[in-house]
Design a protein around this ligand. Structure first.
Ligand code: CP
Length: 305
């Protein structure tokens, strides 16, 4: 059974193919309108979501399929103590494919060992978020016309940011990538990502606390939220939450073709005044998420049919 748990489950060729299919869906939506007729997607969200869950659901509807599921653990039998393994064995009886978000790292992997239909990891704790990565890659490809020869700045919570970890893993397999890691000391990229990904692939990288100092170099600025839900201590969260706030003033030295991405939700880290700047890509990124999830649903259903 082919599932998607980590972005590394896909080869670079497969990612490029998914991006090509997503671009074709954008250009020719009618061609895909009945591709999933009679198929059902289950969205099992044990943790809050707006974009990921609703884009999966919109994706399946636009492919002519149907959707079932739950949007919080409390409305499922997990609230009575049912395990993830039993939940997905049960839902495999009702659906052809499952998208699952869970606060525990590894829960979607466990699910994929027990389910009899493909599992898509829609975010597991501070670990991975591969469909956000596909969204980010499609956005970078559409905005910059390439996925290589890019200087990419990641700013904010690089410690718990699962979207950051997954995107670094993905970009490390392309050529000419330079990574700039911008965070407070307490929220630095975990050393296992530096060791197992950046060093292993000989990716040039720099760590800094100073966003403005590196701004002129960047082709991509990937802003992230400091995530209250990942902190054990409210005091630490309050101290760190406004470490970086992107304002028009701070963009003065940026390239004219910089692409500003953010997986969203945003809290304070990008001033609303930037939303109308043509370099702000984050709402186009939201839309791209639906198209690339359509491409992924098609791929996994075809491969597992
Ligand atoms: N980017 C993202 O995962 O957003 P949601 O938490 O709203 O799904």
């Amino acid at each position: 059974m082919r599932s998607l748990i980590s972005i590394l489950d896909l080869s670079v060729e497969e990612i490029d193919e998914l991006i090509a299919v997503a671009n074709d869906i954008i250009d020719n939506p009618k061609k895909y309108a009945e591709k999933c007729h009679g198929k059902k997607l289950a969205t099992l969200f044990f943790e809050p979501s707006t974009r990921t869950r609703l884009s999966f659901e919109a994706a399946m509807y636009e492919l002519g399929g149907n959707v079932l599921g739950f949007s919080e653990a409390q409305s499922s039998s997990a609230a009575k103590g049912e395990s993830v393994a039993d939940t997905v064995r049960t839902v495999s009886c009702y659906a052809d494919i499952i998208a699952m978000r869970h606060p525990k790292e590894g829960a979607p992997l466990v699910a994929s060992m027990k389910a009899t239909v493909p599992i898509i990891n829609a975010g597991d704790g501070g670990h991975n978020h591969p469909t956000q990565t596909l969204t980010d890659l499609l956005t970078i490809q559409r905005e910059k016309g390439r996925l290589n020869n890019l200087t990419v700045g990641f700013c904010g919570d690089l410690k718990f940011g699962r979207t950051v970890h997954s995107l670094i893993e993905a970009l490390s397999r392309y050529t000419g990538i330079k990574i700039i890691l911008i965070s407070p000391d307490e929220l630095k990229l975990p050393s296992y990502v530096k060791q197992d990904v950046l060093k292993k692939h000989n990716i040039e990288y720099v760590q800094t606390t100073d966003l403005e100092a590196v701004m002129p170099e960047l082709d991509i600025l990937y802003m992230t939220r400091v995530q209250r839900e990942r902190f054990f201590n409210e005091e630490d969260y309050l101290r760190l939450k406004d470490s970086y706030i992107l304002t028009p003033e701070k963009l003065k030295t940026a390239k004219s073709d910089l692409a500003i991405l953010h997986p969203l939700p945003r809290v304070n880290e990008i001033a609303v005044a930037i939303d109308d700047d043509p370099r702000a890509c984050y709402f186009r990124q939201v839309l791209n998420g639906k198209f690339v999830r359509m491409a992924l649903i098609l791929k996994l259903l075809e491969e597992n049919s």
